[in-house]
Every structure is written in C-alpha cells, then in structure tokens.
Design a binder for this molecule. Structure first.
Ligand SMILES: [Zn+2]
Length: 370
C-alpha cells in the first residue's frame, strides 16, 4: 500500500459529509480539514509552534512565490520546505497556475507552457507542467498539485472547454514527469460553472493515477450558490477512496456547505489576511476589533477559545491595532486560524455522531446566515 492513503471513517446520514484521514510521509491529516496558507514559506506572522497550536495539521506553500524567491534550488539546499521552515507535518504545494492567473502576470498560455512576467524583477518565465513538478519536487512537499489552466469567469464556453481539456493533458504530463515516490500528486478538476464539463473532467482525471483530487477555478468571484452547485455536481464523479480538496475556499459557511457536499480539504488566506486587517471570526459572526465599541471591552474575542488572543480583552486587542503594534495582527491571525480549526474539529465530531446537518444549522444561525 502506498504511504499515501485515504481512510474513510464515517459518512453523515443526511448530507454527503465524510469523516476520514489522509496519510502522508509526515503524518496523517484528519478530514474534513483546513490548511493554513504559508505563501512564502511562512504562515504570515506566526512561528511554526504557534501554527501547530492552532490545531493545524497540514499547511500549504505557494510554488509561484517560492520559485521566484528564494528560488526552488535554494529551498532544496536549505533542506526543502520542511528543513527550511522546521514544520514537520504534511505540506501541500500548489502548482503556480492559480498565482500566474490571479496576479494577472500571464503573458501567454499555449499547449507547451504558461508564460508570465515575474512580479519581482519583470523577468519572463515559462512554466511548463514538467517544470512545475520539478519545482515542487525540489520544495519537497508531501502533496504536489498539477499545473492547470485557469480561466477568469465568466468566459465563453469554448474557452472553458479549451482550458479544461488542456488541464487534463497537463495533468498527464505532470504524472509522466514525476519522480518522487514520497510525494503525492493531486489532479485539479476544471470546467468553469458548467456541470457537464466539470463531470467530464472529473471522470477523465479519475481514470488516472492520482492520490487525490481538487476542484479548482472556483472562489474567483462567482456567487457562493454557484460554487456550491458545482461542488455538489462534481464530488460524485470523484473516487470515493481518494481525498477531495476545494482550492482557495473560503468563509466558515463556505467550508461547512462544501463539507456537506463531500469535500475533505480546504485552504484559504482569509483567516490570516482578515486577521491582519483587524477582523476576527467568531460563533456570533465577524468582529471588527478597531470599532470604538471595543475601546473598554473587557470580554475576549470568543469565550472558551483556547488561543493566545483570547487570553486578552477586546479592549487590549483594539489598542494594539490603533497603536500600530505588530502583535495585533499576529494575535488576530492566531485567533482566526484557531477558529477555523475549531469549526472543522466540530464538523468532524458531528459527522462521527451523525449530527452534521444540525451542527451546520447551529453554526449558520450564530453567523446570521440562512
Ligand atoms: Zn481565540
């Protein structure tokens, strides 16, 4: 049996939620699970011990950023992502495709490669599927993502079809180029907001030797119900015995709605980015800690939260932001990441107890979403 193995433990009765774990060379990941984003080899502002204390088991690194700076060869010589960062749990790296797309750095995409301009020094760089795998092998992540062709939505159907078909061919090229047996490869389903294309893409990729499957090209500005619709239509076309990862999603409600549709893994910059911008997630919804109402507020962000931030009063946290102290963004990032992990831990327990639907309704009521 491969070191990469997904074990399905429980299935929810009323939804498609599933409870399991995914084994990697750096340990298992309990699913459904959330991966904090460590874009440049660091989850912004946090030490690895602080990241681990939030309950995170697996983190994400960005191939595009690390390949440009410090360079994947440098990362390799510094011990790979694990040796460099000292994070000893599983790491997933993206392929660079989404950054190239989202930073609007793209110059041209043809069958051979995505050509883009570096946002650091303006250099023209060609990213092929083979080069993306070579970079990720140098980074030494546990899971490498295939290079895919992402299109901005809305787009003409012919463009979506072309990108979807190319993504399948590139997925095969990634498999052919891979040489490490201690690194899993996850394919990425594309197909825009077209159910038929998504299902075709999922079916074709499922026939290939991947250890896991991602749904990509969502959370790019479409309304959440569209994202849920595509996720719901795609999951049944992915293998039961492999993990499913919804890339770049999302808000706490997005996570639970997607778990209910059969997704196992998530990543998103929202907990850390919003934390740096003085916004905290809680069971009662979002808190803007800069608001004057918190000036002499002696309550923690969330009662019962075990994180470092919640040992302090909201009044103190507000003061840190108003005074421009770096501890403010750090503490709110810690709280938000802890919050996301607690939401997912609650989801796992609820699936085990067969009460996931009730759990989701309770959380949504607290967040004030229907
Ligand atoms: Zn907290």
């Amino acid at each position: 049996m491969s070191v990469f193995h997904y074990q399905l433990l429980n299935r929810d009765r009323r939804t498609s939620a599933r409870r399991g774990f995914f084994s990697t060379p750096h340990g298992p990941v309990q699913t459904p699970g959330f991966m904090p984003v460590g874009t440049q080899g660091t989850v912004k502002g946090l030490t690895i011990d602080q990241v681990a204390a939030t309950g995170a088991e697996m983190i994400l690194g960005n191939t595009y950023h690390l390949a440009l700076r410090p360079g994947h060869e440098t990362v390799r010589r510094l011990g790979g992502l694990h040796g460099m960062t000292l994070w000893d749990g599983p790491i997933l790296t993206d392929s660079g495709g989404f950054q190239v797309f989202s930073l609007e750095a793209i110059r041209e995409i043809n069958e051979e490669a995505a050509t883009f301009r570096s946002h650091i020094d303006g250099a023209i760089i060609k990213l092929t599927p083979e080069h993306s795998i070579e970079i990720q092998e140098s980074l030494g992540s546990d899971v490498a993502m295939v290079l895919d062709h992402v299109v901005a939505l809305p787009a003409e159907r012919s463009k979506v079809v072309e990108a979807m078909e190319r993504s399948i061919r590139w997925a095969q090229r990634c498999l052919n180029a891979a040489s490490r047996d201690d690194q899993a490869r996850f394919a990425i389903v594309q197909g825009g907001l077209d159910v038929e294309l998504r299902q075709q893409c999922a079916t074709e990729l499922s026939a290939m030797e991947f250890e896991g499957f991602a749904i990509g090209g969502l959370s790019v500005g479409e309304p959440p119900p569209e994202m849920y619709r595509i996720t719901e239509a795609t999951c049944p076309y992915l293998p039961e015995e492999k993990p499913r990862y919804l890339m770049g999603v999302g808000t706490p409600v997005d996570l639970l709605e997607s778990v209910a549709r059969g997704v196992d893994l998530f990543d998103c910059v929202m907990p850390t980015r919003n934390g740096r911008n003085a916004m905290a997630f809680t069971d009662q919804g979002k808190i803007k800690i800069r608001n004057a109402v918190h000036r002499e507020d002696t309550e923690p962000l969330e009662k019962g939260c075990p994180c470092l931030a919640c040992r302090h009063s909201r009044g103190y946290l507000r003061h840190l932001f108003v005074a421009g102290e770096m501890l403010g963004p750090i503490l709110l990032s810690i709280h938000n990441l802890t919050y996301y992990q607690r939401v997912m831990a609650g989801a796992r327990t609820a699936i085990e107890n067969g009460t996931f639907a009730e759990y989701m309704e309770m959380k949504k009521a607290g967040w004030g979403v229907s």
